[in-house]
Design a protein around this ligand. Structure first.
Ligand code: FES
Length: 132
């Protein structure tokens, strides 16, 4: 996987987030929907005081359907061909047709608790290169 740097965007503040309540985001631009999550336990790539805040693209890496968050098993679920991705394990695919994991956004939290996205773990669906 290739880490891709995108411009820094403020997504939310840690005080805005509640455990297991997904927040819709767009990153790095309006054509790229994603989800910001507080999972309630420290996970891979997690930031914030509890190490549990993560963000992912919600475009399925198979064919680009927009996925939704399943709070019962902490996965992103694709309505296209039913792939599932584990948000507690860096977006690892746990079932389905996709041939890659779903890109995880790289997050940073500043001393005011503002959460910034600054990059991505892999190419977002439909993008041919790491430029906007
Ligand atoms: Fe998501 Fe096919 S588009 S599994």
């Amino acid at each position: 996987l290739a880490q891709i740097d995108y411009p820094s965007n403020r997504l939310a503040n840690v005080a805005d987030l509640k455990v297991n309540e997904p927040v819709d985001i767009e990153y790095p631009d309006a054509d790229s929907p994603g989800v910001l999550l507080k999972l309630g336990q420290s996970v891979e790539g997690g930031v914030g005081p509890d190490g549990d805040i993560v963000a992912f693209s919600t475009l399925c890496p198979h064919k680009g359907f927009n996925m939704s968050y399943n709070g019962e098993d902490h996965t992103l679920n694709c309505p296209g061909h039913f792939s599932r991705f584990d948000v507690e394990a860096g977006g690892q695919q746990t079932w389905g047709h996709a041939t890659s994991n779903v890109p995880q956004f790289t997050l940073r939290v500043d001393d005011k608790g503002d959460i910034y996205a600054e990059g991505c773990s892999d190419l977002i669906y439909g993008r041919m290169s790491n430029v906007l």
